[in-house]
Design a binder for this molecule. Structure first.
Ligand code: ATP
Length: 357
């Protein structure tokens, strides 16, 4: 059996003269929670709509469960979509909202009752089934929209920013709810979001998109610790960037020369001696000391600013060449450094990521 629930093969999409997607390749595995993450306008929703059958690609192929679906209308695809706006029917009861798709497909009454009851129980709304949608909170309406999609037992559930209209507390609750549902049902979820925290916490794997292209597909930890491009490193979390040049490669490690010194980093396939690169460093992976430590990468600077942020303190360190490094330290003890103090910034060779330049 084909291991992929959804595949996009060199898919491009143009709207008249505007090209929204440029030859996208994606392979979404059966049973995984997959997210499409990227800034507004990068093509996430377009990608989802191509899978759902609301749009057709200009070129390339979409496959669902191993079958090409070109020309197959949305209602004949084994997928269901939950929209940001929920699109519930105010004139129907909550039960009938969930039953809507089954009634259109002429499913028998007993079967409808059984499946709608089951779907409402899944989203903890059994006791509300006779009510109307306007009697529900935003989070509850979102659950009805989920139940309405799940009642069709799709192979793939497509979720287009489903939590965007909820406040941040409710959004976090819905996140756990979504993850629980996906785990217990074992069906493939494809989530569109521009919220990096949402994508990192929910996904088994994610695709980071930028301007109609996929920049990286991998697991959350990898996308954070080994970003493929500067765009990914900047979009997910915060990073410092130092311009460097590759000077030596040995045993999986690469030595690079920067303006302020030489550092060892984990090698990046494709980068050769002599290549220009950028070293990406996460603020929490840097630590400050009064003296230099030859066992770690090290840079000298002066604390320019300290910013207390509750659980962490941010230190902005000014280097000799005027560059600034942002570092972050958990507030486990009193801060040892004040603005104006000379410091050494350290980090492990494993902590940085080399990016092509
Ligand atoms: P957002 O997070 O803002 O929803 P997105 O990443 O989902 O953004 P898309 O909705 O896929 O982005 O849009 C990608 C690009 O294609 C945008 O520039 C958008 O203006 C354009 N676009 C989308 N749909 C159409 C359409 N029907 N006609 C013309 N242009 C469109």
């Amino acid at each position: 059996m084909d291991p992929y629930a959804v595949e996009l093969l060199r898919v491009s999409k143009s709207y008249k003269s505007y090209q929204a997607l440029f030859g996208i390749d994606l392979q979404i595995r059966r049973g995984e929670f997959f997210s499409l993450l990227g800034p507004s306008g990068c093509g996430k929703t377009t990608t989802l709509r191509l899978v759902a059958g609301f749009e057709e690609p200009s070129s390339g192929e979409v496959r669902i469960d191993g079958q090409a679906v070109a020309g197959l209308p949305a209602y004949q695809r084994n997928v269901n979509t939950v929209f940001q706006s929920y699109s519930l029917f105010p004139h129907l009861s909550i039960f009938e909202n969930v039953a809507f798709g089954l009634r259109r497909r002429k499913v028998g009454d007993a079967e409808i009752r059984r499946r709608v009851d089951e779907a409402l129980a899944m989203v903890h709304l059994s006791e509300k089934s006779k009510g109307r949608t306007h009697e529900l909170s935003g989070g509850q309406q979102q659950r009805v929209a989920l139940a309405r999609a799940l009642v069709n037992q799709p192979a793939v559930l497509l979720l287009d920013e489903p939590m965007a209209a909820l406040d941040s507390k409710l959004r976090k609750e819905m996140r756990s709810e979504l993850k629980r549902l996906q785990k217990s049902l074992g069906i493939t979820f494809v989530l569109v979001t521009h919220d990096q925290e949402e994508a990192l916490t929910l996904s088994d794997r994610l695709a980071v998109m930028n301007a109609g292209r996929v920049e990286q597909v991998c697991e959350p930890r990898e996308v954070y610790e080994r970003p493929a491009t500067r765009f990914v490193a900047e979009f997910i979390g915060t990073a410092n960037f130092l311009p460097v040049k590759v000077t030596e490669i040995s045993n999986g490690r690469t030595r690079v020369d920067g303006e302020d010194g030489q550092f060892w980093v984990v090698s990046r396939p494709g980068l050769e001696v002599g290549d220009a690169a950028e070293l990406s460093l996460r603020p929490e992976r840097l630590w400050l000391d009064k003296t230099s430590d030859p066992d770690h990468n090290s840079l000298n600077g002066t604390v320019a600013e300290t910013i207390f942020m509750g659980p962490v303190t941010r230190y902005i360190v000014k280097l000799g060449n005027g560059h600034q490094l942002l570092t972050e330290k958990q507030n486990l003890e009193e801060s040892l450094f004040q603005a104006g103090d000379p410091v050494c910034v350290h980090w492990d060779a494993d902590s940085g990521a080399l990016l092509p330049r």
